[in-house]
Design a protein around this ligand. Structure first.
Ligand code: ATP
Length: 289
């Protein structure tokens, strides 16, 4: 049997670091939301006890380094499953971009295999397992919009943000999340107002949401890769209502309400950046299968 699962990307509308933890991770507080840019994962049940990864994208590892592989291996071990699976990843989300592509593939694999193998685990149980693979996997198991705390794995769902376009641009560089966190200067950070973003979303106030975006990691990545900051400046110049780097970058996204303005931002960026996307903000916990 085969099933298809959708693995949407996320953006961070707000990302703050509260401190450094004893386990060397950072204590974060962020607002994550899903967007309509998704990988498609096909899961095919096979009798042999193995996990096979297939993908046409040369940046996606086809062995145990793949987060979808790790998700399948973890679920097999946790539930003592003896059969195997072929995981085919149709990659749409840019890789190493700050959009949680790998984490979302892992989350979709957990959700899909739970169904394919009739395991009967709850989403909460899948999210808990997902946290062992990576900090963003828990959020990706649920999707929607949430406040993520701890190292990103503690999820509190909040309401859907005001609807708008999200125009994303990814420069050709890849950014290592670990490297960015390593370079964070805990003393001189400019913290975003996460509470104000939560308020804006709960009031369904688009202007306030646009005025409240913020990412403490921007300064670090901008320092390492000045071209990322230039993309953000261009987005504003072309008329974006808000512009922000997602996660540790290098993707920068803009929020735009009106179609004509969205086209202006999209076409303007297309002029000097190869990977540009215009998608809708989803923010809803829809059925991801
Ligand atoms: P995050 O926003 O969670 O930090 P990211 O979007 O920056 O993640 P990913 O696209 O998940 O980054 O890729 C980071 C690295 O993970 C890649 O360099 C790649 O080698 C590895 N990787 C493992 N599994 C996958 C996968 N299924 N898809 C893409 N990359 C994967």
């Amino acid at each position: 049997m085969k099933i298809l699962v959708k693995a949407p990307a996320k953006i961070n509308l707000s990302l703050d670091i509260l401190g450094k933890r004893k386990d060397n991770y950072h204590e974060v507080r962020m607002i994550m939301t899903t967007i309509d840019l998704a990988d498609r994962i096909e899961l095919e049940d096979i009798p042999e006890n193995k996990i096979i990864i297939q993908s046409h994208n040369r940046f996606v590892p086809d062995d145990q380094r793949n987060l979808a592989y790790q998700a399948a291996a973890l679920l097999k071990e946790h539930c003592n499953v003896k059969q195997g699976v072929i995981i085919t990843i149709d990659k749409v989300i840019p890789v190493a971009a700050g959009l949680a592509g790998g984490s979302s593939d892992a989350a979709a694999t957990l959700r899909g295999l739970n169904k394919l193998w009739n395991l009967g685990l709850s989403l909460d149980e899948l999210a808990e397992l997902g946290a062992r693979i990576g900090s963003d996997v828990s959020f990706c198991v649920y999707g929607g919009t949430a406040i993520a705390t701890g190292r990103g794995e503690k999820i509190e769902h909040i309401q859907v943000p005001p609807s708008c376009w999200v125009v994303l641009a990814k420069p050709v560089i890849g950014v290592s999340t670990a490297e960015v966190y390593k370079n964070v200067d805990m003393q001189n950070m400019v913290h975003p107002n996460v509470d104000r973003m939560i308020e804006a979303i709960s009031e369904n106030n688009y202007e306030k949401m646009c005025n409240s975006v913020g990412n403490v990691l921007e300064a670090v990545t901008f320092q390492m890769h000045p071209e990322v900051e230039r993309i953000k400046e261009q987005m504003k110049k072309f008329g974006a209502d808000a512009a922000l780097m997602s996660g540790s970058g290098p993707t920068v996204f803009s929020l735009v309400r009106h179609d004509s303005r969205m086209h202006r931002v999209y076409n303007g960026l297309k002029g000097f950046c190869e990977q540009v996307y215009a998608v809708r903000l989803i923010g809803e916990r829809e059925t991801l299968e």
